[in-house]
Design a protein around this ligand. Structure first.
Ligand code: ADQ
Length: 468
């Protein structure tokens, strides 16, 4: 199997090369290590130039190759910070006003996608499954298909696919769509994104769509929902560690309040951190009885710090935190605790365990794994979840809210804080069942089984993925 993703699956730490933290590496490294294979990723010109272009992993008993596509600084700026993060990301999340349209972004995106495709083709043997990941690599599947028509190619899109009318705003939307239609299987988190994609192919390319298949250049492209999950056993184990429980207890002691509300996100305008802070401010204004009894702990990982919208968001969040704490702090009580940094998964687990309420209110989110992590790690808290996330379609026992509606946010926070313990436990039990089903290993198995079907039907000489 060959995986192509913007980032590689391993990191150099004090203990040597170890798997990267995060869903993708957790899900796909074990599969690749078992089957043997190659992971193609970019080589970051900022801090990876001394890494080899081909690296065996693990060193002592190699099971896979990490193949790196070297990028120049300019390519990184245009392909990654530009096209991926200033064009495709805001478009998919319905933030059209954040889109920056510089033709150089697309030119380098195309060039880098072609280089990824070439690297994949150099590594691929006949019959290998090729699995391309995410919005950084929309054009690569079509390049691979052109060069090697028999390839079996899948693509998983980790963010929302927007409504067709929003997608079509993108310059070159048709070429981008055609890139993905080089695949046999295209995966999204939920049916709604599948439907938006099918509609985009039908309207923008005039493609024939039957059921969940797009007929394209004499092939059938299956478009499917494969919701991603977390490493459930890993999170449950981490949450149960004595160390984690001690950290959670120490956090509660230090904060010394009756109610702890947490938010954990990358610092990204799609995550709704600013509106959440403003809603918390409105809550404190409306309910003075909660003063000195509640704390809101917001953790934000630095992200895409070179992009101007992210720099501006950082300033706005800093300012809002300062204003709220300036207005409401009394004696030793500070209402908002804001941490702009990255934590280990085990430390995040301590936050999840310590919390009474997880307040996760993205303005748009493909899935939102933090909600699932909270459910796996917490025993008797309440989950407030934006209805504009992929997770909301699945985690129906959460308290769901429109993150643009400040009054609703205030009301749902009060409801969560005052929810009887029995109801919280019941909801959490339902949520835990869902999260267990969504497990990331299941996600990888289900997608790969679908991709394998494309190979099998070809070998049988059937019209591939035929819809009868
Ligand atoms: P993200 O936008 O990054 O992912 P999310 O799904 O919530 O969003 O995953 C974030 C991950 O980062 C979680 O595993 C979380 O634990 C971790 N994280 C967050 N804050 C952290 C911190 N301060 N320190 C350390 N780790 C932190 C994209 C899409 C999502 C989709 C995923 C997977 O935008 O919608 O769910 O991919 O497909």
């Amino acid at each position: 199997m060959i995986v192509a993703a913007n980032r590689g699956p391993i990191r150099l730490t004090e203990e040597g090369w170890t798997p990267a933290v995060g869903g993708l590496a957790t899900a796909l490294l074990p599969v690749l290590m078992e089957q043997g294979g190659v992971w193609v990723a970019m080589r970051d010109p900022d801090d990876e130039t001394d890494l080899p272009l081909c690296q065996d992993y693990p060193e002592e008993n190699p099971r896979l190759d990490v193949r790196r596509v070297p990028l120049s600084r300019e390519e990184l700026v245009n392909y990654y910070y530009g096209m991926a993060n200033r064009v495709l990301w805001p478009n998919a999340h319905y933030f059209i006003e954040h889109m920056a349209l510089d033709p150089a972004f697309y030119t380098d995106y195309e060039r880098v996608n072609r280089r990824f495709a070439e690297a994949v083709l150099e590594e691929a043997a006949p019959g290998d499954l090729i699995w391309v990941q995410d919005y950084h690599l929309m054009r690569a599947p079509a390049f691979i298909r052109q060069q090697q028509p028999e390839s079996v190619i899948g693509h998983f899109w980790h963010i929302p696919w927007p409504a067709m009318e929003v997608f079509r705003v993108l310059p070159r939307s048709r070429a981008l769509l055609e890139g993905l239609l080089g695949c046999d299987v295209v995966g999204f988190h939920v049916e709604e994104y599948v439907e938006n994609f099918l509609e985009s192919a039908r309207v923008l390319l005039g493609a024939t769509v039957r059921g969940n298949c797009v007929e394209w250049e004499g092939r059938q492209v299956r478009v499917e929902a494969h919701p991603i999950g977390i490493n459930v056993a890993g999170f449950e184990e981490m949450a149960a560690l004595e160390e984690t429980q001690a950290e959670a207890a120490a956090m509660r002691d230090e904060l010394d309040v009756e109610f702890l509300v947490v938010g954990i996100d990358r610092l990204d305008y799609t995550k709704g951190i600013l509106s959440r802070l403003l809603a918390f401010e409105a809550f404190l204004e409306e309910y003075p009885t909660y003063h000195k009894r509640i704390a809101f702990y917001q953790v934000a990982t630095p992200s895409r710090t070179e992009v101007p919208s992210y720099q501006q968001l950082k300033r706005e969040v800093d300012e809002a935190v300062g204003r709220i704490n300036g207005a409401f702090s009394q004696d030793a009580w500070v209402p908002v605790h804001y941490r702009y940094r990255t934590y280990t998964q085990q430390e995040l687990c301590a936050f999840y365990r310590a919390a009474d309420v997880a307040l996760l209110t993205p303005l748009r989110d493909g899935m939102n794994l933090v909600a699932q992590e909270f459910v796996a790690a917490n025993d008797d808290g309440a989950l407030i979840l934006s209805e504009l996330t992929g997770a909301a379609y699945l985690l129906t026992e959460a308290l769901q809210v429109n993150p643009y509606d400040q009054q609703a946010l205030v009301a749902v926070l009060k409801e969560a804080l005052e929810m009887p313990l029995e109801e919280k436990r019941q909801r959490l039990a339902g949520l835990k069942r869902k999260v267990a089903e969504l497990d990331v290993h299941h996600w990888a198995d289900a997608f790969l089984a679908s991709l394998q079907k494309a190979t099998d039907s070809r070998q049988l000489g059937e019209p591939e993925n035929a819809v009868l």
